[in-house]
Design a protein around this ligand. Structure first.
Ligand code: CA
Length: 389
C-alpha cells in the first residue's frame, strides 16, 4: 500500500458570540483535519491542534513540507514515517507547529492501520481497559462584561453543565487574582452537592498569584488547578505542587517524549494533560503516556477541536491502563467543550452525540468500536466550511 495524497482541510465559521479565556477573545471556530489517501482506496483522518491562522500555516506544513516526504511510503509504516519526518524537521522546530502538523498526519495513519486491520484503534493499541469513559464539561468562558455579571453567569453555568449530566465541570479564570477567587467561589456554590469543578488559568499567573488563588481553591474544594503558570516555568510548577493541596495539572502546550521527560522529571504535575493533536500524534502520545506512568503521574488527556479529535481521545482513553490500578482506581475523564462547536456536533456522517450520551448514560460516553478512529467525516459538511488558502 502506498500514500498517494496528504490533504489538509481547514474549517471555519463565525461563532454566534465571542468567547474568551485568560489570553484573548476569539470570534471564529477553526478545525484542521488531515486526510491521507492511499492507492488501495483506504483513507485516514487526523486532526491538528491550532486555531485560526495557526491552522492555515499548519496546512502549509502538512501539504508542502510533510506530504512530499511521505508520498509513496507504506502508510502502515507509521513509526518509520514519524521518525523520518521528525528527524528532517528537527532543525526547524522540535515543538510547536511542525509537531502539530505531524500529529494530524500520524493520527490519519493510525486510522488507516485500524481500517486495514478491521479493528478499532483501542484494539490496535492493546484493548479496552474500559468501554465507556466519564466526561467532564468545560464552559464558563470569559466575556467583555463586569465582574458581577461574570459571577452570576458562572454560578448558573456551572450548575447547568452538571445538570446536563456531566460528572464535573471546568471554568476559566483570568480577570485578576482577587476577581478570580470570587468567580471560583461562585462556581463552588453552583456545583455544591452536585459534582466537582476544576479551574483553568491558561497560564496567566505569576507563581505568587497562583499561590493566592490556589489557597482559595483548597478551601473551595476544586479538584484541579490547570496551567497556573507559564509552561516554561518548571520551577513555578514544582513549588506550587509542593506547596498547595489542590492538584496541579498541565502539559497541553508540551511536545514529544523529550519535552515531556523534562516536565515529568521535574515533579511539578499531579495530573498530566497531553494533547495528542499537538504533541506528535498517537505514536508519540503512547510514548508520552508510558513516560507519565513510569513517573506514576496519572493522565487526563487534553481535548480540543472537532469530532475527529474527540473520537481519537475516546479511543486513547479506552486503551489507557489504570494507574496504579485497583478495585476503584483513578479513572481518566473525557474533556468536553460545551460551548458552540459545529465541528464537534455536525462533522460526522454519524455524530457521536456526546451530550445525548452524557444525559442518558449518567455522565459516561461509549467508545466507538468501528475500525480505526471509528468515525467518518462528512465530505459535504467539510466542503461547506472549508476555507481556501
Ligand atoms: Ca486548558
Amino acid at each position: 500500500m502506498k500514500i498517494t495524497r496528504v490533504a489538509s482541510h481547514v474549517l471555519q465559521y463565525d461563532l454566534p458570540e465571542e468567547l474568551g479565556f485568560s489570553q484573548h477573545f476569539y470570534e471564529r471556530r477553526t478545525a484542521h483535519l488531515v486526510e491521507v489517501q492511499t492507492d488501495e482506496g483506504v483513507t485516514g483522518w487526523g486532526e491538528c491542534f491550532g486555531p485560526g491562522n495557526v491552522a492555515i500555516a499548519n496546512k502549509g506544513i502538512v501539504e508542502k513540507v510533510i506530504q512530499p516526504l511521505v508520498l509513496g511510503d507504506d502508510p502502515m509504516d507509521r513509526d518509520v514515517i514519524w521518525h523520518k519526518v521528525y528527524n528532517l524537521l528537527r532543525d526547524h522546530g522540535q515543538k510547536g507547529m511542525p509537531l502539530q502538523a505531524l500529529s494530524g498526519t500520524d493520527i490519519a495513519l493510525w486510522d488507516i492501520a485500524g481500517k486495514v486491520a478491521g479493528l478499532p484503534l483501542h484494539k490496535l493499541i492493546g484493548g479496552a481497559h474500559r468501554t465507556r469513559v466519564p466526561a467532564y464539561g468545560y464552559g464558563m468562558m470569559l466575556k467583555r462584561e463586569s465582574l458581577d455579571d461574570h459571577i452570576a453567569r458562572f454560578g448558573d453555568e456551572a450548575a447547568s453543565i452538571l445538570d446536563m449530566g456531566f460528572r464535573a465541570t471546568k471554568m476559566k479564570v483570568g480577570l485578576g487574582p482577587k476577581e478570580d477567587v470570587k468567580l471560583c467561589e461562585a462556581v463552588a456554590a453552583g456545583v455544591a452537592g452536585k459534582g466537582s469543578f476544576m479551574v483553568d488559568a491558561n497560564r496567566c499567573y505569576t507563581t505568587s498569584d497562583a499561590f493566592y488563588v490556589g489557597r482559595a481553591l483548597e478551601e473551595f474544594g476544586a479538584y484541579w488547578f490547570e496551567e497556573p503558570v507559564a509552561p516554561e516555568d518548571l520551577e513555578g510548577y514544582r513549588e506550587l505542587r509542593a506547596g498547595l493541596k489542590v492538584n496541579i495539572s498541565g502539559g497541553e502546550a508540551e511536545f514529544s517524549r523529550w519535552g515531556w521527560r523534562r516536565i515529568l522529571e521535574n515533579r511539578g504535575l499531579d495530573i498530566a494533560q497531553p494533547e495528542v493533536c499537538a504533541l506528535g500524534g498517537i505514536s508519540e502520545y503512547l510514548r508520552v503516556l508510558a513516560l507519565a506512568h513510569a513517573h506514576f503521574t496519572p493522565v487526563v488527556n487534553h481535548v480540543w477541536g472537532s469530532a475527529v479529535a474527540v473520537a481519537t481521545n475516546l479511543q486513547l482513553l479506552a486503551a489507557m491502563p489504570a494507574l496504579p490500578g485497583g478495585l476503584n482506581p483513578f479513572e481518566p475523564m473525557l474533556e468536553f467543550d460545551t460551548t458552540h462547536n459545529l465541528f464537534r456536533d455536525d462533522l460526522l456522517t454519524e455524530p457521536l452525540d456526546i451530550q445525548g450520551q452524557v444525559k442518558s448514560g449518567g455522565g459516561y460516553v461509549s467508545v466507538p468500536d468501528r475500525p480505526g478512529l471509528g468515525v467518518e467525516p462528512d465530505s459535504d459538511f467539510i466542503r461547506r466550511y472549508e476555507v481556501t488558502c
